[in-house]
Design a protein around this ligand. Structure first.
Ligand code: CMC
Length: 434
């Protein structure tokens, strides 16, 4: 442990406090302010966590200035090229890559937990047909706690692992059934000899009346997308999972909270918003600069969706990989004219924005959501399912981060302070005198 410190001098009292300066494996040094209130009687103020590390973690490293993303020390580019989604899940959960036997056992375990309790099927039919599948997913994942409580001792590492496997295994089934219900189509059960992503495509698109073979090209592309979305350190939804879980809530409830946070268009909902924006641009016939100008106008709430990131001040490495997958998929697929037009518009928009001073000065680059929606559309996945797939991919990240927090004996309930700016010390006025 480092012995470096930072000294804070209170200008009003002259009191000095030495605070420990923590050194991460890589990244900015971090001032431990845990004793500040006790020493000086002050809180710190940092809305949106602009400079605050909410926890220490050994799972995912990201350097936003250099555009670096690593899971457990492995670069995302290498994992995208050589690994598979389930291998990445193992890596995130266990901390290192599996050998052949470990991977086979893990894949077998996930594959044999993909079924949902039969009573959960009836849960879906309680929703309106036009419900957003994210609303269904939040509800169904929260409801899992009602079905699997025999392994929910959150202080037992084995139970935590069983819950993690269950969540990863059942998410594709929940996601696909949310879609099937809205379409009025029968629920399709998972099949154990298919891969994780083939199974998802099978549950999404097959019909009981016809044989169905998932397209290996689409299954591979989807697998890559899942890898790229698997974890992203302390983003809004992951922090939500940690905060919900810090009260010792069960993992299904904590992950349901994460799904709710992911839904917003500033976070995972952006992939859906990007496609709506690209379609609007194509339909409007207006020049791209008109949309870039709107995004720059502070009086207009319009933003370039899929652009900008709290941490990346450089190209999001996931966006580079997803753009490449998008190119390859569209060139390998037949009749992709409509999707190619969306990709052309996206690339042209990116060019206009990246040459614009406003975007250059603020380091606004395409993020992971900018190109992913085009791939999903080309796969035949409807827009309202995009964020559901993001949630499916991110489940492993959420549950791994939750497990890391739960296995740390020093973890405490998350309880931020506030800077109170409301009224004080009022006298209650009886109703008849108001
Ligand atoms: N279009 C136009 N201006 C933007 C955009 C954008 N997409 N993003 C940021 N800005 C401007 C913003 O107005 C501000 O300008 P100024 O300094 O003049 O006030 C400056 O850039 C900094 O932005 P911010 O909103 O303070 O940055 P933030 O870190 O709080 O927000 C963000 C990050 C991702 C919410 C934001 O960039 C955004 O709304 N982007 C569009 C939505 C999006 O694509 N979200 C997906 C994020 S990546 C995947 C995920 O997290 O799920």
């Amino acid at each position: 442990m480092s012995t470096e410190t930072v000294t804070i001098i209170d200008d009003t009292t002259g009191k000095k406090v030495q605070l420990p300066l923590l050194s991460p494996t890589r990244g900015p040094k971090t001032i431990d302010i845990g004793t500040l209130y006790k020493e000086l009687g002050y809180f710190t103020y940092d809305p949106g966590f602009m400079s605050t590390a909410s926890c220490s973690s050994g799972i995912t490293f990201l350097d936003g200035d250099k555009g670096v993303l690593q899971y457990r020390g492995y670069a995302i580019e290498q994992l995208a090229e050589h690994s598979s989604y389930l291998e990445v899940c193992y890596l995130l959960i266990k901390g290192d890559l599996p050998n052949r036997q470990e991977l086979d056992e893990f894949v077998h375990d996930i594959t044999h937990h993909t079924m949902l309790h039969e009573a959960l099927k009836r849960f879906f039919s309680g929703f309106r047909r036009d419900a957003h599948p994210m609303a269904i997913m939040v509800g169904v994942v929260g409801a899992l706690a009602a079905f699997y409580h025999e392994h929910m001792d959150i202080h037992n590492p084995e139970h935590r692992e069983i819950s993690a496997h269950r969540l990863i295994a059942k998410m594709p089934t929940i996601a696909a059934w949310s879609y099937r219900y809205a379409m009025g189509k029968p629920f399709i059960y998972p099949v154990n000899n298919l891969s994780y992503t083939e199974n998802f495509l099978h549950m999404m698109f097959s019909m009981p009346t016809e044989p169905f073979t998932p397209d290996p090209l689409l299954a591979k592309a989807l697998d890559l997308i899942l890898i790229l979305h698997a974890d992203h350190e302390q983003n809004a939804s992951t922090s939500t999972v940690r905060l919900a879980g810090s009260s010792d809530a069960n993992p299904f409830a904590a992950v349901a909270a994460g799904i709710a946070a992911l839904w917003g268009p500033a976070h995972g909902g952006a992939n859906e918003a990007v496609i709506r924006m690209l379609m609007d641009i194509n339909e409007s016939g207006k020049p791209l600069q008109a949309f870039v100008d709107r995004a720059k106008d502070k009086k207009d709430s319009f933003r370039l969706m899929g652009f900008g990131h709290r941490v990346y001040k450089n190209y999001d490495p996931r966006a580079t990989l997803i753009r490449d997958i998008c190119h390859q998929l569209l060139s390998d697929m037949e009749s992709s004219g409509e999707h190619q037009k969306l990709l052309d518009t996206a690339m042209a928009l990116e060019k206009v924005a990246l040459e614009d001073d406003y975007f250059v000065q603020r380091n606004l680059y395409p993020n992971v959501d900018f190109y992913s929606g085009i791939i999903f559309l080309a796969m035949g996945i409807p827009m309202n399912m995009f964020t559901v797939i993001f949630a499916m991919a991110r489940t492993v990240g959420w549950i791994t981060q939750w497990d890391e927090m739960m296995s740390d004996p020093t973890s405490k309930i998350g309880r931020p302070r506030q800077l109170y700016t409301g009224l004080i010390d009022l006298e209650y006025v009886p109703l008849e005198k108001r």
